[in-house]
Design a protein around this ligand. Structure first.
Ligand SMILES: *Cc1c(COP(=O)(O)O)cnc(C)c1O
Length: 626
């Protein structure tokens, strides 16, 4: 995995240029240089970088691929798309999304009242809004208000109860009116077929959502009776997210297409669109063995267009407009989380920590000699000797023949010898070496929270591509496990021998080392939890001007400590007073010291909760390096 699987998950969005990973766009800046630029402004801790050009790329690819498929098949219906807000509601993302999608008539999908308010304010008039999920009377009223603003809004009926409320709200809103205005209506169908994979709970008979055939017929009658049949224009389904295999989609398309045609032939003449929901998968894997998607976007679009055309032809109805609500596919690639490495745990096995004695026990003296003289030719033999000596020395310790200093020297020397041997024999890649590498797994402590920034890793075991931002011309030799800074053992991405991640052996007292976590743009941000009160990281939007130069915009720093507490509904006024009181009333310190401590505490309160320094600040840099 020399390039960290970039060829598998990267989609040409990044390139390795010499030593660094760079953005494959415009002036191709490195992620490291952008990171350093932001940190020079004083922002420390993890950084979430957003790239609007990657949102644009996904949107244009989606529209162009469907345009191509439509042309190829001579398809009569139109293609439309909306972005499902639940995938990412953050303003820096949504504002960029709306900006780059101008010209595509791209809209938003809302699943709650708060999301609907975002959709009502951010969607340009005329671009589609779809509203899914459970709705109360107030939410349906909001849909009517949106329609009266002039929005092109479709409210999806998820159950018969909702339809009753729609009819009621319609009567209340349009009683006096001679030209009633109501939202368009869609029906979500309960599929007989369902999706696959860890997210596939949205489709199928046991799904939370959708109308059965019997309910569809009932809804049809109700709409007709209340003169709302001409508003029924969309059939909707959603088979679940991250659909790795295309087969379930094809089944669902046949089912939904036939329901569309049947309703239309029954008399729902205004029916003219089919909404295929989301589910388009993203390739997160860094290893060919675990690829997550078995189809291309081309195949996906061709299947949708072909199947809809076939059903329409057979049942002699018009070809429907096609809507998608793909979210993950649009958002995942747009952001990269950059996090500083704070510590490599085995750097305690450092030459500097050795405590040689005037007279070392003979076996330890031999370890010193092995370490001093190991080279490419003798590496294997010396390695075996060292391992052998270690066993003996540990036994000697248990029997009380050597002391704690001797034992510490043993551990350090053997680790150093293994590392050196692995380095010297790095091109051999034998099984024995691989096993040894597992044994000296390096734990990298990273200044981020997996709970906050990769919740789907924590909750579902979803893998996200990880790679360092530089040193990419050196072969990484440390089998790495990633530790976040929460004090929870679930915040660990362990080393997996079958899907290994190797990182570089860096002396952090001499230089910084950053890891990039990729494809974090879908779902992770709003699902992220404030475990240990680590909050949404500092974020920035990276744009490019017409000359190709990059700009860092819309920097938003992670919340400061008081804001974090305020969010939990602590009375921060009281906290503030209590801190001040306890310092001022302390009988242990002088007035001068009190003033100094007050100054310090106010400074700390204005900062975020991520770490700023590591314990082992180097003699040379002596600064805040995290
Ligand atoms: C979640 C959801 C989507 C988005 O699914 P992705 O897999 O992110 O594309 C689309 N439509 C509905 C109704 C959803 O609930």
């Amino acid at each position: 995995m020399k390039n960290f699987g970039l060829n598998i998950w990267g989609d040409d969005n990044f390139i390795i240029d010499g030593d660094t990973v760079n953005i494959n766009y415009a002036s191709k800046p490195s992620l490291l240089s952008i990171t350093e630029e932001i940190r020079e402004k004083g922002y420390k801790g993890p950084l979430l970088l957003r790239f609007p050009h990657l949102i644009e790329k996904q949107i244009s690819t989606l529209f162009n691929t469907f345009a191509k498929a439509k042309k190829e098949f001579g398809y009569q219906g139109n293609f439309h798309a909306v972005f499902p807000l639940k995938v990412n509601q953050y303003p820096n993302f949504i504002n960029a999304l709306m900006e780059v999608s101008e010209g595509y008539d791209y809209g938003l999908e809302a699943g709650s009242k708060a999301e609907l308010i975002i959709a009502m304010t951010k969607t340009p008039l005329g671009a589609p809004i779809t509203v899914n999920g459970f709705k109360d009377k107030e939410m349906i009223a909001l849909c009517f208000i949106a329609a009266k603003m002039g929005h092109n809004i479709t409210v999806t009926i998820e159950g018969i109860g909702e339809l009753k409320t729609i009819i009621q709200v319609h009567e209340e809103f349009n009683q006096q009116s001679t030209s009633p205005i109501a939202p368009k209506i869609g029906v979500r169908i309960r599929l007989h077929s369902s999706g696959i994979g860890i997210w596939a709970k949205s489709g199928g008979y046991t799904s939370k959502f959708g109308l059965t055939s019997t309910e569809l017929l009932e809804a049809y009658e109700m709409l007709k009776e209340h003169t709302l049949l001409e508003n029924l224009w969309m059939v909707h389904f959603h088979i679940g997210s991250q659909m790795g295999d295309i087969a379930p989609l094809k089944k669902a398309l046949r089912e939904a297409g036939n329901i569309y045609a049947e309703l239309k032939r029954r008399g729902a003449t205004a029916l003219s669109a089919i909404n295929i929901g989301g589910g388009l998968a993203v390739e997160y894997s860094q290893h060919t063995a675990t690829q997550e998607r078995n189809y291309s976007l081309n195949e996906f679009a061709n299947d949708v267009v072909y199947l809809m055309q076939e059903i329409a032809k057979r049942k002699k109805v018009d070809e429907p407009d096609i809507f998608t609500e793909s979210g993950r596919y649009i958002a995942a690639a747009h952001s990269v989380l950059v996090a500083p490495v704070l510590e490599l745990f085995s750097q305690e096995y450092n030459e500097k920590c050795l405590r040689p004695k005037k007279q070392n026990p003979p076996l330890i003296q031999e370890l010193f000699d092995l370490f001093a003289t190991i080279n490419r030719t003798n590496a294997r033999e010396y390695l075996h000797d060292a391992l052998d000596h270690m066993e003996s020395l540990l036994t000697l310790f248990d029997l009380g023949y050597i002391d704690l200093e001797d034992r510490s020297n043993t551990e350090i020397l053997v680790n150093l010898i293994i590392k050196k041997a692995i380095f010297l024999l790095r091109d051999e890649g034998t099984d024995e070496l691989k096993k040894l590498q597992d044994r000296i797994q390096e734990r990298y402590l990273i200044n981020f929270s997996a709970f906050q920034s990769l919740p789907d890793f924590w909750g579902l075991g979803q893998h996200f591509p990880i790679m360092p931002l530089n040193h990419l011309s050196d072969k990484p030799t440390n089998p790495a496990s990633i530790w976040d800074i929460t004090c929870d053992s679930d915040g660990e991405i362990g080393f997996d021998r079958d899907l290994p991640l190797y990182l570089h052996d860096i002396d952090l007292s001499k230089e910084e080392y950053f890891l990039g976590f990729f494809l974090t743009g879908a779902y992770q941000e709003v699902l992220g939890m404030k475990h240990n009160l680590f909050t949404h990281p500092t974020e920035a939007v990276i744009t490019f001007d017409t000359e190709g130069k990059h700009h860092i915009e819309h920097l938003i720093e992670a919340q400061n400590l008081m804001d974090v507490l305020d969010d939990l509904d602590y009375d921060t006024g009281i906290i503030d007073k209590a801190l001040k009181y306890r310092i001022e009333e302390s009988t242990l310190i002088t007035p001068d010291e009190k003033r100094e401590l007050l100054g310090k505490i106010y400074l700390y309160l204005s900062e975020n909760s991520y770490l700023k320094t590591i314990q082992a600040i180097s003699e040379s840099t002596q600064g805040e390096i995290a």
